[in-house]
Design a binder for this molecule. Structure first.
Ligand code: BYC
Length: 470
């Protein structure tokens, strides 16, 4: 186990004191990060004491400390999972050779692009969520939002460390750019589409943490296989924190479903207008939010047929999540039958890896949907939630811009345009959801549109004051 030195300005387990140049470069970036946090993070809550977990080691038995902290004082640090002795490359053409501790020159720019793209999503999500604190449904939820925000900040640190440590001046410039692009900015937007979508209500936050953070899980798992060992180790530890973010999404949506079912029972009706009038989210409305955020997140896997994905795999830069579950780790002989609007064709497997990942991601997304449907069925309702087809509302790849319904059928464009408002949230739907978003900050109390969670954080009661506002 590598301990983290909290006496240092930047807590770390990478022996920063042993590299004065790197330490100075990161200490130069640190105030820029804090300034960005102050301007673009949840800045109206800087004086609040928040019950947060902070990583204190990479030991699976007890890696985090819990306690009340003001967010600007959070100890954002650099933690890499412990090295695996004599680790070998686990896939691609160089399979079996020693993993790299330094970057081979020929892969420098591609790896930098992958690390920058990963890094860009972290501050983007904090920016997207910066105003949500004002409409929190409870102190418990407010704390979870801030927990996610500080950890996304730490994930930015993780990528900035790699840029500074392994990419010299280019890396330092990229680290500055990570703070200069902003979510939704007309001139300097974030790199990936979903990270420019506004998240202005908590239903969107739960969908984002359910669907988009789950893309994070898949991408981090595939980078955790990388031949570039420091990247692999960094991502392995990030996944530990990522699990909580998806927990917030899954339990958040479960609580919304639970409350809707309670209101349906109280009213003896599933009429959406009556459910809305009673201050809850009707299930067809929730379905529209699922359609929106799931389809947006599906774009994050890139094109179905991609020469980037082929090269990244063959060269050992990016594997498949849990690479050891597969038998063939080279994939030079395999093909995959892919259906695009042009018809079905056999594509070299290496070029179809984005689609392979997207398919396993969708299976993972199904798990929560099945659980929600079981509780809907138990409540005696005929309604069922579902995920949209991976062809629906795509902006990237073979199905981009195609008029496809949520079941995956191509249709007439005019009818598609007309029907879209019945598949994804309309302006009226969003206005209604916004009307539900009223701040609830008495300890233990919940907004009327969401059921309480089953338990508090870290064995504390639900009534605990998770955020002390000043
Ligand atoms: N939006 O061959 P293609 C997370 C670009 S989430 C805009 O189709 P490729 C988190 C692509 O960059 C995980 N552009 O796909 C979650 C490329 O441009 P360049 C984030 C897109 O390259 C919640 C061009 O189209 N991590 O951690 O095989 C909260 C052709 O690319 C999009 C990563 O994504 C899009 N949706 O794969 C906080 C991992 N899709 O490079 C955090 C790092 C594609 O030719 N990134 N493009 O200029 C990657 O592995 C790959 O870049 C992608 C795309 C999977 C994104």
């Amino acid at each position: 186990m590598s301990a983290i030195d909290y006496a240092e300005k930047i807590p770390n387990n990478v022996n920063l004191v042993g590299d004065r140049t790197l330490q100075r470069a990161l200490e130069h970036w640190q105030p820029q990060f804090l300034q960005w946090w102050h301007e673009m993070g949840p800045n109206d809550f800087e004086g609040a004491d928040v019950y947060l977990r902070t990583a204190i080691s990479v030991d699976a038995q007890g890696w985090a400390h819990y306690g009340k902290v003001r967010m600007p004082d959070y100890r954002w640090g650099i933690f890499l999972a412990d090295p695996v002795a004599e680790r070998k490359i686990g896939f691609g053409d160089a399979m079996g050779r020693p993993a790299w501790q330094q970057i081979p020159g020929e892969y420098r720019s591609t790896l930098r692009r992958l690390i920058v793209t990963q890094g860009d999503t972290e501050p983007a999500s904090v920016e997207q969520q910066r105003l949500l604190g004002h409409t929190c449904p409870s102190l418990y939820d407010l704390r979870n939002l801030f927990q996610i925000n500080v950890e996304e900040g730490r994930h930015l640190w993780a990528m900035v460390y790699l840029l500074h440590a392994y990419f010299g001046r280019d890396g330092r410039e990229e680290a500055e750019e990570l703070l200069a692009r902003h979510s939704g900015d007309a001139d300097k937007p974030r790199i990936l589409t979903t990270f420019n979508e506004p998240i202005s209500d908590w239903l969107s936050l739960y969908c984002f943490t359910y669907f988009t953070d789950r893309d994070g899980k898949y991408q981090l798992k595939s980078l955790a296989e990388s031949a570039f060992d420091p990247l692999a180790r960094t991502c392995r530890f990030m996944l530990t924190e990522e699990a909580h973010h998806m927990f917030v999404g899954e339990t958040g949506l479960s609580r919304v479903v639970k409350r809707s079912l309670e209101v349906m029972k109280e009213m003896g009706s599933d009429d959406p207008d009556r459910i809305r009038a009673a201050g809850a989210v009707d299930l067809p409305l929730l379905q529209k939010y699922l359609n929106f955020w799931c389809s947006s997140s599906l774009d994050l896997f890139g094109s179905e047929i991609s020469s980037n994905s082929a090269a990244n795999f063959a060269n050992g830069l990016k594997g498949r999540p849990d690479e050891n579950q597969y038998e063939d780790h080279v994939l030079r002989e395999k093909t995959l039958n892919l259906v695009t609007p042009q018809g079905a064709s056999d594509v070299p497997m290496l070029n179809a890896l984005n689609e392979v990942m997207r398919e396993s991601y969708l299976k993972d997304c199904e798990i929560g949907v099945k659980r929600w449907n079981r509780s809907i069925e138990r409540a005696g309702s005929q309604f069922r939630l579902s995920l949209p087809s991976s062809r629906f509302r795509r902006s990237i790849g073979a199905w981009a811009g195609q008029p496809v319904d949520p079941q995956g059928n191509l249709m007439q464009r005019e009818l598609y345009e007309k029907s879209l408002a019945s598949w994804i949230p309309s302006e009226g739907d969003r206005a209604f959801v916004h009307s539900l978003m009223q701040k609830v900050i008495e300890p233990g109390r919940m907004a009327g549109w969401i059921a309480p969670p089953e338990r508090g954080i870290n064995n504390l009661p639900l009534e605990y004051e998770y955020v002390k506002l000043h």
